[in-house]
Design a binder for this molecule. Structure first.
Ligand SMILES: C[S@@+](CC[C@H](N)C(=O)[O-])C[C@H]1O[C@@H](n2cnc3c(N)ncnc32)[C@H](O)[C@@H]1O
Ligand code: SF4
Length: 377
């Protein structure tokens, strides 16, 4: 019997407004009335997933979006009650909610805590009003500061701040300014993403002085130095933590090729069946259709087990920690020989080392991660 850790993702697809760089399944909320119907459907979706008996207890629950902090504490309570009706929860289950500063009050944070949320992830992006305006964020730097204070005052010891770099007009000094303000809050976790732009996105077609390659390199080096001097360790391409206890358990499960259930519009799921066959599915992505359709599933497929070794590597190589041969075997059912050819090639290029029964990405490999991933595509 294969035992794979299990997580649950719940998608809330609405936001205060749609950011011009955002490629997530999210929409500006124009009619609040839809939320009650959406919650009703989420509870049904959860019941169907619960009845499918995926087996294991849940290690983590993640309310993502969109902006799930637009939900009321009562909405969260009814969703968590339904989850408890159908699933058992690990004693140290991590329950995260993503939040936009424009939606957070001290009272709401306190209520979310009482409802059972134990981790906040706040989408700050920048503490500079000019930068926030340039990417059309729906909040100010002051609101971002107040949001972090509200989360801390409510007693959340585990929280994440999302920042982006590579913003219009940014240089190493202004990126360091954002990081320093974040660091002053002593965050247990930081996500520091490089802004990526879809080919047709508003910002790409109306460039506002986006930093170019050399500047970006400078920003990255300055930022990484600052974080490491402050005792914040990088453990994934964009993820940093103050101690290993604060690694995001939910994302760790994705990167270590665990299983996950997805409920809500456009949510993805991955469940390992017997003999290491993997079932993947996507829920209906249009939120209005999600509220009406007979079945929640938009598409599904079963991945043959000979695809698993490469899929596993594409996830695990993002992590800044050794990938043990043992974990490879536990998640894929194959011994490491299944990817011998790719490993030897990556080693020859100096992208990885093979040591102590583990694959270790070298500094060169970290700097050229896309080249490394391509070997396993
Ligand atoms: C799904 S969003 C959820 C947070 C919330 N909706 C918000 O934006 O405040 C998660 C994070 O992804 C990052 N992100 C979104 N779009 C991005 C892009 N095009 N490039 C880089 N990072 C991005 C942002 O830091 C954002 O906070
Ligand atoms: S608030 Fe977050 S999810 Fe919503 S549009 Fe902006 S980046 Fe995307």
């Amino acid at each position: 019997m294969v035992t794979i850790p299990l997580s649950l993702y719940i998608h809330f697809p609405w936001c205060l407004s749609k950011c011009p760089y955002c490629d997530f399944n999210s929409y500006a909320l124009s009619d609040k009335k839809i939320i009650d119907e959406y919650i009703r459907r989420l509870l049904m979706d959860l019941a169907i997933e619960g009845e499918a008996k995926h087996g294991n207890e849940l290690k983590s629950i993640y309310f993502g979006g969109g902006t799930p902090s637009l939900l009321s504490p009562n909405n969260i309570i009814s969703i968590l009650d339904q989850i408890r009706n159908y699933f058992s929860l690990a004693s140290d289950v991590e329950i995260t909610i993503e939040a936009n500063p424009g939606t957070i009050t001290l009272e709401a944070c306190q209520m979310f805590k009482i409802a059972g949320i134990n981790r906040f992830s706040i989408g700050i992006q920048s503490f500079d009003d000019e930068k926030l305006k340039s990417i059309h964020r729906a909040h100010s730097a002051q609101q971002a500061i107040m949001a972090v204070e509200a989360v801390k005052l409510s007693g959340f010891s585990n929280f994440n701040l999302d920042l982006m770099y590579g913003l219009p007009g940014q240089n190493a000094a202004s990126a360091a300014f954002d990081l320093q303000i974040a660091l002053d809050f002593k965050p247990p976790h930081l996500s520091w993403y490089q802004l990526t732009l879809e080919p047709n996105s508003f910002l790409r077609t109306n460039p506002l002085g986006l930093p170019q390659e050399e500047e970006l390199w400078d920003i990255q080096q300055t930022g990484q130095d600052l974080l490491s001097k402050n005792g914040i360790a990088q453990y994934e391409v964009s993820a940093y933590c103050a101690s290993p206890n604060y690694k995001c358990q939910h994302n760790m499960n994705y990167w270590q090729y665990g299983d996950y259930i997805g409920v809500g519009a456009g949510a993805h799921g991955k469940i390992t069946l017997s003999n290491y066959l993997v079932k993947r599915y996507v829920k209906i992505s249009d939120p209005y259709k999600y509220c009406q359709a007979e079945s929640f599933i938009e598409s599904d497929e079963t991945v043959l087990n000979d695809k698993l070794p490469l899929e596993f590597m594409l996830n695990a190589l993002r992590l800044y920690q050794p990938i043990s041969y043992d974990l490879f075997q536990k998640r894929t059912g194959f011994t490491i020989d299944a990817i011998e050819k790719q490993l030897n090639y990556a080693k020859k290029l100096g992208l990885i080392e093979l040591k102590n029964n583990a694959v270790i990405v070298t500094n060169h490999g970290k700097n050229f991660l896309n080249d490394l991933l391509e070997i396993f595509l």
